[in-house]
Design a protein around this ligand. Structure first.
Ligand code: PLP
Length: 347
């Protein structure tokens, strides 16, 4: 979407009309019509009453979780162990009690929920697509628990917005769970191809975050041309499913081609395909071989992003990868481990 002709044209037109910067913080001259239009487009695409835009997805998480954790008296936050650093930082700044549940483990979450009095406020914080594991959260099971134990739900859809759901509203939208989630956080820099982040929720929640969030109040607003690009990307993907359909096809063909070549990978059902390597130097050497010998950029994921011994290459197909590219990737991957060892890239 970062190269989409409509998105580029709208950003260029706005750049000429408004200049490069926003001119101030949101409350001091930085709220421009473009950012309001963006918030409306997001709320509509996600399926929530309101949305609030931040300069990044990181700032959105850090600010929103911090405010919620501070505003709800005596709240305890239950956090998936694989949650992103921005969520962890938001919870740390909230200075409330936090308990970590095992990744995607609803039974463990329930065990923890049972330990707290019913009337004590609780927030369950999790992601819909985990970018290092390539798996989905059990959203409905977590929402069932939230209802049973009267917990508030906070879902990071950074890796899902634009890519899943009829209007690109994320995995919750795709599985009809949007109204079961209290706050949906998303990024504008990944599927939407631009920059910025947001939270979408009820008017009351959004007004609370707007009124008390340092990451909203004390920083210069997203510039108008960035807002224009994001608005048109969000609108485009809320009307067109073509890109999502194509993406799914390319992801399915990539997985099929990997299976055919017997290259082991973890299939969590998402568009992210982790290929287990299990050794940091080998992982880096394989990535170097792919880049320098084959002209293919695949990210090596090493400690501390993932635990030692679980190092992996992460394949993220786009709608624009062709069958020839997929074939070249699989052929190169099949050779990479042996080549990396043989060329003494690994000691
Ligand atoms: C799950 C998750 N949430 C939030 C973020 C932060 O988003 P941004 O890059 O827009 O700051 C990331 C970034 O990579 C992420 O992976």
């Amino acid at each position: 979407m970062g190269h989409h002709p409509v998105v580029v044209a709208e950003a260029a037109a706005e750049l000429k009309a408004s200049g490069v910067g926003a001119g101030g913080t949101r409350n001091i001259s930085g709220t421009h019509p473009g950012i309001i239009a963006l918030e409306r487009a997001i709320a509509k695409a996600i399926g929530k009453a309101c949305a609030l835009v931040f300069t990044s997805g990181y700032v959105a998480n850090e600010t929103a979780l911090q405010v919620l954790g501070r505003m709800l008296p005596g709240v305890v936050i239950l956090s998936d162990e694989k949650n992103h650093a921005s969520m962890i930082e938001g919870m740390r700044l909230a200075r409330c009690e936090r308990v970590i549940f095992r990744h995607n483990d609803a039974a463990h979450l329930e065990e923890i929920l049972r330990q707290f009095p019913r009337e004590r406020p609780k927030i369950i914080a999790f992601e819909s697509v985990y970018s290092m594991e390539g798996d989905f959260a059990p959203i409905h099971s977590i929402c069932d628990l939230a209802r049973k134990y009267q917990a508030f739900t906070y879902l990071d859809e950074t890796h899902a917005v634009g890519l899943y759901g009829l209007k690109g509203g994320g995995v919750a939208q795709e599985i009809q769970a949007t109204q079961r989630i209290d706050v949906i956080q998303g990024g504008l820099g990944k599927g939407y191809g631009t920059i910025g982040g947001f939270v979408a929720a009820s008017q009351l929640i959004i007004d609370t975050i707007r009124s008390f969030g340092p990451g909203f109040i004390f920083t210069t607003a997203l510039p108008p041309h960035c807002a224009a690009a994001a608005t048109h990307s969000v609108r485009w993907l809320s009307h067109s499913s073509e890109e999502r359909a194509l993406h799914r096809e390319v992801v399915a063909s990539t997985k099929e081609a990997l299976r055919k070549r017997q290259i082991p990978f973890h299939d969590g059902g998402t568009h992210i395909i982790p290929i287990q390597v299990g050794d940091s130097r080998l992982c880096q050497a394989m990535a170097d071989y792919l880049l320098f010998e084959r002209g293919i950029y695949i990210q090596p994921i090493n400690y501390p992003t993932v635990p030692r011994g679980t190092e992996r290459l992460r394949v993220t197909p786009t709608p624009f990868h062709t069958p020839e590219m997929i074939e070249a990737l699989c052929e190169a991957l099949a050779a990479a481990r042996g080549e990396a060892v043989a060329s003494r890239m690994v000691a």
